[in-house]
Design a protein around this ligand. Structure first.
Ligand code: CS2
Length: 491
């Protein structure tokens, strides 16, 4: 029997909750760049809840900048998809209808949508590497392929910074008020960072535009959180069970979700608080907490976990020694943070251990290990530098970074090579080519990658010694032994 495809005209059956508003009664007010799994589990779900609770013309035009397949799939389903929440008590599902239309790998159409006066927010989940921000200067990174192409041809942009600058320019010329730019990626002070990069990009061709953006455009910061593994055939099978339809755009996620948003939207916003978003004045402390604790521990366990043969985060948590190192990392990270009025950091850490241990979520360590050069600075290197400054034990961060270095060598404990998924993979390979089993040489070579390690950290013996020692054990005895001896050293 062929199943009907989930779309606006099918009537799903099978227990999934259906939208309790009339999607077509609402216009589109958001253009979202990056239509991947995280967007669908987070912003699309919050906006769906906001439409149901308070209405408004806030449906979303989702732009897939690169993946034509995903956009076509979602487009063929009228933007509908099943959001499966996997809890220990069993899965529940909801059909999301906040996506009104989808643009696939078509920058001209994306630019037109962003320039439309009805668009009041442009939100983004394009991953850390998708922007092309020079993290040392905070400006646009002219060596990023999309940035350099768009700087050469700013009227026909295809990359993120180019599209934002060009769309804002069109609005400026047409006398239309600017949209609010809402960065939802795991970058430190993400709104501020993106603002600096867009202004710098614009300045290179039009100082007037740069000035206008600086004066007129809001870039609120946000902290986003929901663990969302890449969907698989099992996700789609579950969606079919829960909707009675075939759904090629279904995703699965954990029940937990958090969104903390700086409340600065001059042209309005959906009622995201309807699903629990917290609108605050200053997001920075929450963002630092999440980046250092959740994401820092994630990166640590991903590198150690991949090298020790643990496929999923839940497998890491079932490894007695490595899960102790996760706890140690969370504790060390929380000690670096200022107190937050409404969050108990010990409870936050315990909750994270529970979330990582969720047996229903198949979150691949390899997925988290991707793009290390984009993630290390805010997750592990900034905390390590903070340890140097305040005299706190640096070892947990040294072990985590040694794990990244071991992974960056590109071969496992059995000598089998694997591809590095990192925008700087070629540079990394060239840097470590001569040091396959030499810990001090590897540490020195990777720390010399331009713009990655803070110079003060790389020059500190108190840092390089524990990194080198940890890497030496990983190289001579293998990752499982390195994990065990690191956990034993805690006693
Ligand atoms: C993860 C994040 O892939 C990664 O690097 O650390 O995607 C993490 O799952 C999310 O930030 C959770 O909100």
């Amino acid at each position: 029997m062929t199943l009907p495809r989930l779309c606006a005209t099918t009537q799903p059956t099978g227990g999934a909750a259906l939208p309790d508003y009339t999607p077509d009664a609402h216009g589109t007010g958001i253009v979202h760049l990056g239509a991947g799994a995280f967007f669908r589990a987070h912003l699309a779900a919050y906006t769906d809840a906001a439409l149901a609770a308070s209405g408004g013309d806030w449906r979303i035009c989702a732009v897939a900048l690169r993946s034509r397949d995903l956009a076509q799939t979602l487009g063929a389903q009228d933007g509908r998809f099943t959001l499966i929440e996997r809890a220990a008590t069993g899965p529940t599902a909801r059909v999301i209808a906040s996506v009104a239309n989808v643009i696939a790998a078509d920058p001209k159409a994306a630019l037109a949508a962003m320039s439309d006066p009805r668009t009041r927010i442009v939100s983004l989940t394009v991953t850390e590497r998708g922007y092309g921000i020079d993290r040392m200067s905070g400006g646009a990174d002219a060596s990023h392929p999309a940035v350099s192409a768009d700087l050469a041809n700013p009227r026909e942009p295809a990359g993120v910074l180019g599209l934002l600058a060009a769309a804002l320019d069109r609005r400026r010329m047409a006398g239309v008020s600017p949209f609010t730019v809402l960065c939802c990626d795991n970058l430190p002070e993400n709104g501020k960072l993106l603002r600096g990069a867009v202004i710098d990009f614009a300045r290179r061709n039009s100082p007037d535009l740069a000035e206008w953006i600086a004066m007129q455009v809001a870039f609120p910061c946000t902290m986003v959180d929901r663990i969302t593994p890449a969907p698989t055939a099992a996700t789609r099978a579950e969606a079919t069970r829960l909707t009675g339809c075939s759904d090629l755009a279904a995703i699965e996620t954990e029940p937990f979700h958090q969104w903390i948003i700086e409340d600065h939207f001059p042209t309005g916003r959906p009622d995201w608080a309807a699903m629990g978003a917290l609108l605050v004045k200053d997001v920075a402390p929450y963002e630092t907490m999440k980046l250092t604790m959740l994401n820092g521990a994630h990166s640590m366990l991903a590198y150690a976990g991949v090298m020790a043969g643990h496929r999923y985060v839940r497998d890491v948590m079932a490894d007695r020694d490595l899960s102790r190192l996760v706890r140690r990392h969370l504790h060390a990270a929380s000690n670096l943070l200022p107190p937050l009025p409404d969050i108990d950091l010990n409870t936050y850490a315990t909750d994270l251990e529970m979330r990582f241990s969720n047996l229903e979520i198949a979150h691949e360590t390899r997925q988290i290990a991707n793009d290390g050069t984009e993630k290390l600075p805010q997750r592990l290197l900034a905390p390590a530098l903070a340890c140097l400054d305040c005299g706190q034990e640096i070892r947990p961060f040294a072990f985590a970074v040694a794990g990244w270095m071991r992974y960056a060598l590109g071969y496992d404990d059995g000598g089998r090579p694997y591809p590095l998924n990192d925008p700087r993979a070629d540079e990394i390979r060239a840097a470590v080519a001569n040091y396959t089993t030499d810990a001090p040489g590897t540490v020195a070579a990777l720390q010399a990658l331009p713009g990655l390690f803070p110079p003060r950290l790389a020059a500190s013996h108190a840092w390089t010694k524990p990194v080198t020692d940890a890497l030496a054990v990983m190289l001579s005895h293998g990752m499982p032994v390195a994990i065990r001896s690191e956990a034993e050293a805690m006693k």
